[in-house]
Design a binder for this molecule. Structure first.
Ligand SMILES: [Zn+2]
Length: 479
């Protein structure tokens, strides 16, 4: 069932003897000069198309024989890794094999720097992204693709790593829960590890109880797809240790506090945090960042059966804090809590967790912007700046002391749902109870899903915060 999870678009070619169609990026100023320099037949086409170099504009230019000669694309400083996706989508849906099979596209690099060239290549490939499975393949039969010659100044390893990480994440989230259970998520982690010889250990089912991960076991115990903790390690022992945790609820019914039909519809995406962790791990390993990487994924299904955990149950956590369950749909923080405790025991230099955790974060800032929290103030600015550079916008929220008592218990040490209104902050404060104060920690409450869909980013699984984190980690450890 996993065979299509590792399918990534690669509409690139090293070199070619086919005829070339030039891709030319022009901002408003460059468009004016370019237009004036053209002979009448081309100048007229530019004028008739009203092409002015405005970002988002593009037009196809033909020679006097009517053959496609170039594609002009407008841009400005907002150029990002989706800029070329609509162009790719247009070419692949408006031209057939007779044209696309006969030509290659080549980027004019004159006015572009390497970071821009990288982003343009990523957008070109993302335009080709489509989720598919082994049983839907016939329906989605491949057509001839537009191919781009690798630009001279591209950082091809970076581009390939970013495309692979983004599409791996999407494929994992898009794979329905009947095809991706806890074992398959574990297989996916092993596949990610394999090319880089990373080690993967798994603590599964009853061993979670024996080895003291009671909350992961409690959440996952009602499903025949048994709960497990996936533990991947890679890198030199002498390098700084970065641990990435990802929530891996392969399906969330809500448990006995069952969700509504609408609320449950997209819950295959509740392992989106795990998909972010694996995508980020892929980028870190493929680009050989000098860190000692650890990825921890608590994988479980929040299912309903006679032995399911209940509202009101009191559970002992790995850390020794007792937790009273308010609502079985707040399962993510329970599996994360034991995992974060375990991560802190290993004293990482930096601990990051990704989780599709609260509806409250979405109410506060919508689908596209992940909320992030840190117990170190300097990360708030650092990560926000990295997120802008990576064209992957995220926004900080406070671990405010004033709300901390909202997760205090009466019969237990803590309760699983806070008593106030800011659910995303209280979920983060709940998690903070399991973090050692000496550990530098960043928590992302993300959606992992593109709600509306656009060229290069179809509706479905989507990265929300992964690129921002990569950019920050790269700057911090690879300077
Ligand atoms: Zn839930």
């Amino acid at each position: 069932m996993l065979e299509t999870v590792f399918d990534f678009p690669a509409p690139f070619i090293k070199k070619s003897t086919k005829s070339v169609v030039e891709i030319i990026l022009l901002d408003k100023k460059e468009a004016k000069t370019y237009t004036n320099d053209q002979l009448d037949p081309v100048r007229r086409q530019i004028e008739q198309a009203d092409f002015s170099g405005k970002a988002g504009q593009f037009t196809v230019i033909r020679d006097e024989d009517g053959l496609v000669q170039s594609v002009l694309i407008g841009y400005d400083e907002s150029l990002n890794h989706y800029t070329l996706s609509p162009v790719y989508a247009y070419l692949s849906s408006n031209f057939g094999a007779a044209f696309l099979g006969d030509v290659v596209f080549k980027m004019n690099e004159d006015n572009l720097d390497q970071s821009q060239i990288n982003k343009l290549c990523i957008g070109w490939a993302l335009g080709d992204y489509k989720y598919d499975t082994s049983i839907t393949r016939a329906k989605n039969a491949k057509k001839t693709k537009p191919m781009l010659v690798w630009p001279k100044d591209v950082h091809a390893d970076f581009v390939t790593a970013q495309i692979s990480a983004m599409c791996l994440l999407r494929n994992l989230v898009n794979t329905p829960a009947n095809m991706l259970g806890t074992d398959e998520l574990c297989d996916a982690a092993k596949e990610v590890a394999k090319p880089f010889k990373a080690k993967v250990k798994v603590i599964k089912d009853d061993d979670l109880v024996k080895k003291n991960f009671p909350m992961i076991y409690e959440v996952g115990k009602a499903s025949p797809r048994r709960p497990q903790l996936i533990d991947m390690t890679w890198g030199k022992k002498t390098d700084p240790k970065v641990t990435i945790v990802g929530k891996g609820i392969i399906y969330d019914t809500g448990g006995l506090n069952i969700k509504t039909g609408t609320g449950m519809r997209q819950m295959k995406k509740d392992m989106g945090g795990a998909a972010h962790a694996l995508g980020l791990a892929h980028m870190i390993m493929a680009l050989k960042l000098p860190i000692q990487l650890r990825v921890l994924i608590p994988a479980a299904e929040n299912a309903i059966a006679g032995n399911a955990y209940r509202p009101g149950d009191i559970i002992m956590s790995r850390k020794g804090l007792t937790v009273e369950v308010d609502d079985t749909d707040a399962e993510g923080r329970l599996v994360l809590a034991d995992t974060l405790t375990y991560a802190c025991e290993d004293e990482p230099d930096l601990l990051v967790d990704f989780a599709t955790l609260t509806g409250a974060a979405r109410v506060a800032i919508g689908y596209d912007i992940p909320a992030f929290f840190s117990n170190r103030d300097h990360f708030l600015d650092e990560l926000r700046h990295s997120s802008v550079e990576a064209s992957d916008f995220i926004w900080p929220f406070p671990l405010w002391d004033g709300y901390d008592q909202n997760v205090d218990g009466t019969v237990s040490d803590i309760v699983s749902v806070g008593r106030g209104r800011a659910g995303h902050i209280e979920a983060a404060l709940f998690l903070q109870r399991f973090i050692e104060s000496k550990t530098d920690w960043i928590h992302l409450d993300c959606y992992a899903w593109e709600q509306n869909g656009k060229a290069g980013r179809p509706q479905g699984g989507a990265d929300t915060g992964m690129l921002a984190l990569f950019s920050m980690i790269e700057k911090r450890y690879n300077a």
